[in-house]
Design a protein around this ligand. Structure first.
Ligand code: PLP
Length: 457
């Protein structure tokens, strides 16, 4: 194995503080056992999300000084557009302030009541936007992607049979578009193979369906293709990314992930007609189509970030950090989803707390206990997040009930991850036989995991 070389050193530091056990108990109680309701200053190690939490580089900061804040025709926009042309080879760019805004702008035009979007385990905001427009997200992830223990190099892949079934059931006119999420966030940060992308693309071309990427972690996906897929070992990330995008008509992008910026996003498209249709919607929801809710500084930081995120050294280190934490947990026999994905390590709530019934939110309980034990903020990606079926009102039972430890980009060191592994292990050895979990105190409507409160049973 090649050594995992750290491709940066630290120039600016941000202090963090570990509160006492008593204080942590009080803070999480006041937050209604929901870590979204904690103040960040009360968190020691924040693994809530990798979204917008990365460190900027000195090059990004210096590019920001060039930010052109003109309302229309900003130079910053053209630099961003050029970066997207260079890296993704997609000609038309609609800037938006973050990924879900891209979804809103797109779905406003493409989704009508009763339409569907087949794909691999849609991200929560993606699914919510589709449903908000009266559509439905259809999960066509391969069987292996639903099992936390099966080893498979590309657990984000789409099952062509399921895709074909959707097509047979709904037909061309009811399928708004097909969406491949790279990497598959809700499925555990698992990658999609080039072969699968190509097969789905062939299918869609054959059936005249529009195929798009949810490209939030496109570079991480490219790295996995390089490492795991036959024929890609000696290809550069840039060329792999280019090939990936050659199979789709466009993408939505949350640049808070692989754009390496605190805020930003875009839609990029091949189809000029759709681009023209989306412009007025962008102006309505986001802002003029050369800024879309971003500042010029934002756009310049993102343009630079897109170049940095496809660097080999950056990706090897980034994915290496995630793998490191995964390995440390495996050494301590903590049940995690394997293989470890790109941006996070997922602990399997149902195997962690074997005796806690599924409807008592084992993964959410683990999130609470990690804060109590070590001031760590993780996040539940499971039964609580899955919400209720919009048709039946019943709790959806997702394939996996997970506690996600999400790794911010260029932020923490291996010392932090050793600490995290020790805290998780300490909760595991002390509590794994626990038999009661959580119930809602107040269940809020809509995207309930952000705002609901819980109590212990
Ligand atoms: C984060 C994310 C989104 C939504 O993006 P925001 O920038 O948070 O609005 C959409 N899809 C995936 C896969 C994501 O990870």
């Amino acid at each position: 194995m090649t050594r995992n070389v750290v491709p940066y050193r630290i120039k600016v530091v941000e202090p963090i503080e570990l509160l006492s056990r008593e204080e942590r108990e009080e803070r999480i109680r006041d937050a209604g056992l929901n870590v979204f309701r904690l103040k960040s200053k009360h968190v020691y190690i924040d693994l809530l999300t990798d979204s917008g939490t990365g460190a900027l580089s000195q090059e990004q900061l210096s590019q920001m000084m060039l930010g052109d804040e003109s309302y229309a025709g900003s130079e910053s926009f053209f630099r961003l557009e050029e970066a997207i042309h260079d890296i993704m080879c997609l000609p038309h760019v609609i800037p938006v302030h973050q990924g879900r805004a891209a979804e809103q702008v797109l779905d406003h035009i493409l989704i009508k009541d009763g339409m569907v979007v087949p794909g691999n385990t849609h991200f929560d905001t993606t699914k919510a936007h589709i449903e908000f427009r009266g559509g439905r997200a259809i999960d066509c992830t391969i069987e292996e992607g639903r099992d936390a223990t099966i080893e498979h190099p590309f657990k984000g892949n789409i099952d062509l049979n399921l895709l074909e079934k959707s097509y047979d059931k709904y037909g061309k006119d009811k399928i708004a578009y097909v969406l491949i999420t790279v990497t598959c966030n809700s499925g555990g940060g698992q990658p999609v193979s080039m072969e699968n992308i190509k097969e789905v693309s062939d299918f869609c071309r054959d059936k005249h369906l529009r195929l798009l990427f949810d490209a939030a972690r496109f570079a991480e996906n490219a790295f996995f293709i390089q490492q795991r897929e036959k024929g890609y070992k000696n290809k550069s990330i840039r060329s792999i990314v280019r090939e990936m995008f050659s199979y789709v008509q466009g993408c939505t992008m949350s640049a808070k992930k692989d754009g390496l910026v605190p805020i930003g996003g875009f839609l990029a498209l091949r189809d000029e007609e759709l681009y023209e249709d989306l412009k007025p919607t962008d102006i309505l929801f986001e802002g003029f189509y050369t800024y879309g809710g971003m500042s010029g500084m934002n756009m310049d930081a993102m343009a630079q970030g897109l170049y940095e995120v496809v660097e080999q050294g950056y990706l090897a280190h980034r994915i290496g950090q995630t793998a490191y934490l995964g390995n440390e947990l495996l050494k301590r026999e903590v049940p995690i989803v394997t293989p470890v994905g790109g941006h996070a390590v997922f602990i399997d709530g149902r195997r962690f707390y074997k005796n806690i019934p599924e409807d008592q939110f084992p993964a959410q309980l683990l999130v609470v206990e990690l804060y109590r034990e070590g001031g760590i903020r993780a996040v539940e990606i499971g039964s609580c997040l899955a919400g209720r079926d919009p048709d039946t009102g019943k709790n959806v039972r997702p394939a996996l009930d997970l506690c996600r430890l999400t790794i911010p980009r260029r932020v923490y060191t291996l010392e932090h991850f050793d600490y995290v592994a020790d805290v998780v292990h300490s909760v595991y050895s002390g509590q794994k036989d626990r038999s009661t979990g959580l119930t809602f105190e107040i269940e809020t409507k809509g995207i309930r995991h952000f705002t609901s409160t819980f109590k212990e049973i």
